[in-house]
Design a protein around this ligand. Structure first.
Ligand SMILES: [Zn+2]
Length: 182
């Protein structure tokens, strides 16, 4: 960590720079030259009841080989944040857990001190990764049933919000039945 910026009314700014050794060029395997750094501001988990921005001083590298097409590269670290993500990885996972508990995204965004869009994008990213990893969730379907449930009414005109459920009605609901007695 490099330091913490603390201004009244602004999120806490936590400045970091990675100390990982300088990588080799991914294209030609040669030595990279330092090409300065670029500050990237990410929404992080709140601390001390205040929103936090992680200010990542991303190091930049340049391949000096004239025949190499790598050019200048900016370091990445998915443990800190996914590429082009606006939230840190830990803030994104936390926001996804909140959304999974049916907490509205705008409420989660308010706690993080940012707008709705980056939180929603992050929840979609982490949520789809979770769905892809959960391969046991969907098995072969025998008969497909559709069900529509009125979830509530939204907005000025009290428009009806429907939830559509798609259910395999051909199989016994194994997940919901009690365990067999022995
Ligand atoms: Zn190179």
């Amino acid at each position: 960590m490099l330091g913490v910026g603390d201004e009244d009314g602004a999120p806490l700014g936590v400045h970091i720079r990675r100390t990982a050794p300088r990588p080799d060029c991914e294209r030609c395997g040669g030595l990279l030259w330092s090409d300065g750094e670029r500050e990237v501001e990410l929404v992080d988990l709140p601390a001390f009841g205040r929103p936090v921005r992680l200010v990542w001083h991303k190091r930049r590298w340049r391949c000096p080989q004239p025949r190499c097409s790598a050019g200048t590269v900016t370091e990445q670290d998915p443990e800190i944040a996914p590429p082009r993500g606006k939230l840190t990885a830990r803030a994104g996972r936390w926001a996804t857990r909140q959304a999974g508990r049916a907490r509205p995204v705008d409420e989660v965004a308010a706690e993080l001190g940012c707008s709705w869009h980056p939180v929603n994008a992050s929840v979609r990213r982490w949520g789809s990764a979770l769905l892809e990893a959960d391969t046991a969730r969907i098995s072969e379907v025998e008969a497909l049933g559709l069900d529509e449930t009125l979830m509530g009414r939204r907005g000025r005109f009290r428009a009806k919000s429907w939830s559509t459920s798609i259910v395999d009605v051909g199989r016994p609901a194994a997940r919901h039945s009690p365990p067999p007695h022995r």
